[in-house]
Design a protein around this ligand. Sequence first.
Ligand SMILES: Cc1cc2nc3c(=O)[nH]c(=O)nc-3n(C[C@H](O)[C@H](O)[C@H](O)COP(=O)(O)OP(=O)(O)OC[C@H]3O[C@@H](n4cnc5c(N)ncnc54)[C@H](O)[C@@H]3O)c2cc1C
Length: 317
Amino acid sequence: MADQRFGVVIIGAGIVGASIAYHLARSGRTDVVVLDKEAAAGMGSTAKAAGGIRAQFSSSINIELSRLSIEEFERFPQRMGVPVEFTQAGYLWMATTPDHLRLFEANAALQRRHGLQIEVLDRAGVAKKAPYVRSDDLLGGVFHGRDGYASPADYVMGYHKKAKELGVTFLFGEEVTGRDGCTVRTQTRSIAADHVVIAAGAYSGKLGEQLGFEIPVTPVRRQCFVTEPMPEFPHPIPMTVDYGTGVYMHTESGGLLIGKADKDEPPSFNEHVDHAFLEKVAELAMSRVPALENARIRTGWGGLYEVTPDNHPVLGP
Ligand SMILES: Cc1cc2nc3c(=O)[nH]c(=O)nc-3n(C[C@H](O)[C@H](O)[C@H](O)COP(=O)(O)OP(=O)(O)OC[C@H]3O[C@@H](n4cnc5c(N)ncnc54)[C@H](O)[C@@H]3O)c2cc1C
């Protein structure tokens, strides 16, 4: 006999779990409990994200998901009555090789078929959008003005607050460790449910194993750092991505947030900062944005990215 019973148990109070909880409650389903092993909502990968929001993807599924998400991000303050930071300064991708430029053009054609207003730029066009980059080796780029970057904390707290107001229960410090049928167990209680939603981010694969499901999600470390304020810089800049090196940057607290996905990073739950890697990223960033030579790093962090075999979300029973 379970200690408690809910219609829906959601495991994970990150941006995904909190959003599912809110949308269920909004559609009238309030017999919902969200369990998270941490002490508050949004303390997993959501707290580590660079906040980039883009519809410029290379598959129709991701483009459509992101197009709808951007509409949600835009109407969030009105609908939720919660102030949020969403800098819709666009996403600028820059190419240094003909192959990359051709890829951008093919993606732009697909994205336009989904109604996105994509600008394909030559070198001068990129330099105009991003006068702070060294453009001598650039062949061109693509830009979408409705993309940008936001504060993940603002959005997760907004969903959490609204879901709670609508009647959803949140229980923190509750790590799900197993199940008996449709009853999930934490260290302190058991909860029976009609439906269980796994929204455990990078931990979903591991949790799936514990619950007896195969969920193809692998944790991989990603790292970012933020510079001290750069008052001379033309803030806010678009999310600026040097596609060849993978380095991206955007305005953050008056300075720049800079990151790069490391293709050689092995799957693991390691979240430590690798200073040698960040130094390499800083060099690549300085080579593209000369003004960074005078900037100082204020802070850096590592977090887990949830990687799936085809880089698409995993949905469904
Ligand atoms: C450095 C970095 C930069 C990133 N930049 C971007 C970006 O620019 N744009 C972008 O879109 N994405 C970015 N991401 C990815 C983004 O952070 C994630 O896609 C997103 O936060 C996933 O949200 P989530 O709710 O699925 O996972 P999480 O936020 O990790 O939430 C999952 C929750 O489940 C809980 N949990 C796990 N296991 C259990 C258990 N057994 N029992 C109970 N609770 C459990 C965790 O405590 C956690 O709170 C970045 C990630 C990193 C690390």
